[in-house]
Ligand binder design. Structure first.
Ligand SMILES: [Mg+2]
Length: 411
């Protein structure tokens, strides 16, 4: 029997805003589009008390909760926090299937020997998330995805609902049929017309009625109504590229400062590469100057590396070459990227020393956050780096277009 967890952060965007700005704690906070056609992306539980729901037009929310705090979404920030949360998931299993920034399925069947029961794992994850981010999550535990998802939704916020196989009927039967995946506003009235209001009633309905309504799909809905769901938890495929870039609020002119920034970025990038048990063959440097001219330079290594030092050295070398052609040009943005990944290979000789140091740094950073530890070079200009605009903390290839709009957001 499989052990599946569905974890869903409570009012995620709104909770991040409340966490980031203590003045918002306990207030009705509504995150969403503020224009005429804006919709609510997230509402704090204080705002939900007024009847505000996500996907509701913001104009309607304003009528319900005129005194609430309305904020535009800061997707880059939510993505950053989401990264922290997903890193916690991956401590317990590699089988993590993200559904959105704040929601995922985890198959922890293979982790039970190491970490204890699925409830133990669920509690540990909730605790780790709270410790690392100050945010609450709801969690559902069951032997398949369908039940786990319904369970996490059953007692929000801060829900913790475990459905044992012998409780499936008691759990499912009273729920409205609408809770079955695929039954929506169109099908529900037809079922109601035949006296089928709950999942239990659907389970016991006349098969001819179901065939009449659903055709070939009748068996599928019957299986769901019995709590049966064979779908696997499918983790995302490894990224095609992993990168990090930073726009500075004051252009950089000092090569030493630029290199310190590259080291910090290489650290961030390679931590993510190693976490996926990958090694990268290609290193890319991105430079944007004060006139918004952007250059990218890449170098492909003879053998793949998982070492921060190697990637940093390549990026620094590419930067020196760029500087040779652009003497004294102020730099507005720097980025380090890696691609052409190879999977699961042993580190090469030149990686060995850095890898063990890297592993130590990764462990400390995972535990205490990235501010707790900085390598020598980055340390000297810590103050400078910290003033950089946190524009695109976590750009990963195709998602770039979405994040780049976030720079001008509030604060
Ligand atoms: Mg959520």
């Amino acid at each position: 029997m499989r052990a599946i967890l569905h974890i869903d952060m409570d009012a995620f965007y709104a909770s991040v805003e409340q966490r980031d700005d203590p003045a918002l704690a306990g207030q009705a906070v509504i995150v969403g589009g503020t224009g005429n056609r804006g919709v609510v992306a997230a509402a704090s539980y204080e705002a939900r008390a007024f009847g505000v729901r996500s996907a509701m037009p913001t104009a309607q929310a304003r009528r319900l909760a005129p005194r609430a705090v309305y904020l535009r979404p800061r997707i880059a920030r939510y993505r950053e926090v989401s990264g922290q949360v997903f890193d916690i998931f991956r401590r317990y299993t590699p089988l993590v299937e993200g559904l959105s920034l704040d929601e995922a399925f985890l198959d922890v069947t293979g982790s039970l020997k190491l970490f204890g029961s699925r409830e133990d794992i669920g509690r540990a994850i909730v605790r780790d998330i709270l410790e690392a981010t100050g945010l609450h999550a709801s969690i559902g535990l069951a032997h398949n995805k369908f039940l786990a998802k319904l369970a996490s939704d059953a007692r929000k916020p801060r829900g913790f609902v475990s459905v044992d196989p012998d409780q499936v009927r008691r759990f499912l039967d009273p729920m409205p049929v609408r809770r079955l995946w695929g039954i929506g506003a169109k099908t529900e009235p037809k079922l109601r017309a035949r006296g089928v209001l709950t999942i239990g009633q659907l389970r016991q309905a006349d098969p001819a009625v179901l065939r009449d309504l659903f055709g070939q799909r009748a068996g599928h809905y019957l299986a769901l109504a019995r709590g049966e769901d064979e779908r696997e938890v499918t983790p995302e495929r490894p990224d095609k590229s992993i990168s990090h870039e930073q726009t500075f609020d004051t252009d950089l002119t000092d090569l030493r400062e630029m290199k310190a920034e590259l080291l910090r970025q290489a650290e961030n990038v390679m931590r993510r590469v190693r976490r996926q048990h990958l090694a990268a063959r290609t290193v890319t440097l991105k430079v944007r100057d004060h006139r918004f001219q952007t250059a990218t330079r890449s170098l492909t290594l003879r053998s793949a590396t998982s070492g921060t030092r190697t990637v940093y050295q390549v990026a620094a070398g590419l930067l020196e070459r760029w500087r040779a052609e652009h003497a004294n040009t102020p730099v507005r943005l720097l980025g380090v990227g890696t691609s052409q990944f190879e999977e699961g290979r042993a580190p090469s000789i030149d990686d060995l020393a850095p890898v063990s140091l890297d592993a130590t740094i990764d462990a400390i950073t995972d535990r205490f956050g990235s501010a707790s530890l900085t390598r020598g070079l980055a340390m000297g200009v810590r103050e400078r780096s910290d003033r950089a605009v946190p524009g695109k903390p976590d750009s990963e290839g195709p998602k770039d277009a979405e994040t780049s709009a976030d720079h001008s957001d509030r604060r």
